[in-house]
Design a protein around this ligand. Structure first.
Ligand code: GLN
Length: 504
């Protein structure tokens, strides 16, 4: 170890970029940093519950392999030896993948998702699998069958969802990086409420092969990190064409790392979405957002207000399209092929086994959406519900097209409020759904979006996220703008929003 990096807690404090550089320079080993993160998990995860499964043995073996390759003189990538946490909706060969559901308890996939394969090839060390709302439905992780994750900023509050475990693992310094999935906001909303960076890449920019599908036309995997550069380094590894995903885009990944390093908004046109303000928005969130908008002007960007009138219908359209797709996707969990099987004895027919398994294996929110989606797709209702929602989706795409004819990037608060208390919305689906009001339009349109921390809300001292949205395959603009905001705020505060591990 070098003189500057001397203890295990120092190793968990480093950014992913710093860790990768220190490993490449031979100052620290991949095994040392992996061990430090495993120790941090052992020390705090009983309180945070970010992980559903920790693979200490596999992680240390992967780290040792990176160290051996480096010792043999091999030139390794920028994140070789850096630990990562992976959301439990992503298939990992030999490691359990439950999707936060009882119905997949004990299921171990026989293959890696493309995202995971690319991570392993880049020498990134998988620490384990993170907690989530069941099948990625929710905004708080309270719909996990394995108990909620706690927000490291305040253990009595939600870490966001569905990828609350991934965001919390990064915010608690249990991992410098994590992978999430975002169907309606599940990377960005947890990032906002935990003070971390979360990115939903362009739909088709990152392979969906091996992601357990929630809503196939909306799902997208992406990075969770503590800095914009770390997110970019991770983005570059997981993105790119994959013949195993028919919706994967066959063109080069936008230059996200270069953009994160440039971090310059001079001459850019930034549009403030008029629809994402007003009633329901916490005053402290609005205040920090207004300050971030003023910051853009200070940094040399032009700011204008942009009207996206159909965004008002995004949430209702999403809650028809998502349940429709999910009712079809979740039909495969029938007690025959994967995980749980109930009533498998001579007294029950195959149909009864399927019904008993699904009744016991799915939680309330999954059942609610399966029933809703089956209804929306049924003959006689299809045109009125699913068909209508698809038309709204087209109108939202047109709103974005009109907006991006005027501006380079759109901005809004990521979430209307900061982290709410655990238990507050769990029995009120509408209140829970409102957490994704600002994030959903990007999933419906398939464009790229990021949340970066823009301060602590003056009314409750909790993190506020700034959302940026760019056209499809212009993900680099997010990194350019996000990097500039991060650098300007770091100068103002003298540190990153989270630079120290929270005292857990
Ligand atoms: N919270 C949203 C939902 O419940 C988003 C989920 C997601 O992005 N996976 O559908």
């Amino acid at each position: 170890m070098s003189a500057g990096v001397s203890t295990a807690s120092d190793l968990t404090r480093l950014t992913a970029a710093q860790t990768g550089a220190a490993i490449a320079a031979g100052e620290i080993s991949a095994v040392e940093t992996t061990r430090a993160h495993l120790e941090r998990i052992a020390a705090v995860d009983a309180r945070v519950h970010a992980f559903l499964h920790v693979d200490a043995e596999g992680a240390l073996a992967a780290a040792a392999a990176v160290d051996a390759r480096r010792a043999a003189g091999e030139q390794l990538g920028p994140l070789a030896g850096v630990p990562i946490a992976v959301k439990d909706v992503i298939a990992t060969s030999g490691l359990p993948t439950t999707c936060g559901s009882r119905i997949l308890e004990g299921w171990v996939p026989p293959y890696d998702a493309t995202v995971v394969r690319r991570l392993r090839e880049a020498g990134v060390v998988v620490l384990g699998k993170t907690n989530m709302d069941e099948f990625a439905m929710g905004s708080s992780t309270e719909h996990s069958a394995y108990g909620p994750t706690h927000n490291p900023w305040d253990l009595d509050r939600i870490p966001g969802g569905s990828g609350g475990g991934s965001a919390a693992s990064v915010a608690a310094f249990e991992a410098p990086l994590a992978i999430g999935t975002d169907t309606g906001g599940s990377i960005r909303q947890p990032a906002a409420v935990t003070g971390t960076v979360g990115v939903k890449p362009t739909y088709g920019g990152v392979s969906r092969y091996g992601l357990v599908a929630l809503a196939s036309s909306l799902d997208q995997a992406g990075p969770c990190a503590r800095t914009v550069l770390d997110a970019a380094l991770l983005h570059e590894i997981i993105a790119g064409h994959d013949p195993l995903d028919s919706t994967s885009i066959d063109s080069p990944t936008p230059p996200v790392v270069e953009a994160a390093r440039a971090a310059d908004v001079r001459g850019m046109r930034i549009g403030v979405v008029r629809q994402f303000a007003g009633e329901g928005y916490q005053p402290g969130v609005q205040q920090r957002f207004t300050e971030a908008v003023a910051l853009f002007e200070d940094l040399g960007a032009t700011v204008v207000e942009v009207d996206c009138p159909n965004f008002d219908y995004a949430l209702p359209a999403y809650y028809l399209i998502l349940p429709s797709e999910c009712s079809s996707n979740l039909a495969r969990f029938d007690g025959m092929r994967y995980g749980l099987r109930v009533g498998d004895d001579a007294t029950h027919s195959a149909e009864e086994v399927m019904a008993l398994t699904r009744a016991a294996g799915f939680g309330a929110e999954a059942k609610r959406r399966i029933i809703l989606g089956t209804y929306a797709l049924s003959s006689g209702y299809y045109d009125a519900y699913y068909g209508q929602a698809q038309k709204v989706r087209t109108l939202i795409v047109r709103d974005f097209d009109a907006a991006f004819a005027q501006v380079d990037v759109l901005v809004s608060p990521t979430t209307p409020t900061t982290a709410f208390p655990l238990g507050e919305r769990v029995d009120d689906p509408m209140a829970m759904y409102l957490a994704d009001l600002c994030t959903i339009p990007s999933n419906l349109a398939g464009n790229a979006s990021m949340s970066v921390p823009c301060g602590l809300s003056p009314d409750d001292g909790l993190p506020v996220g700034l959302q940026m949205i760019a056209p499809p395959m212009a993900d680099d603009r997010l990194y350019r703008v996000g990097g500039a905001v991060e650098a300007a705020l770091r100068d103002r505060w003298g540190h990153l929003l989270i630079e120290e591990a929270p005292p857990l």
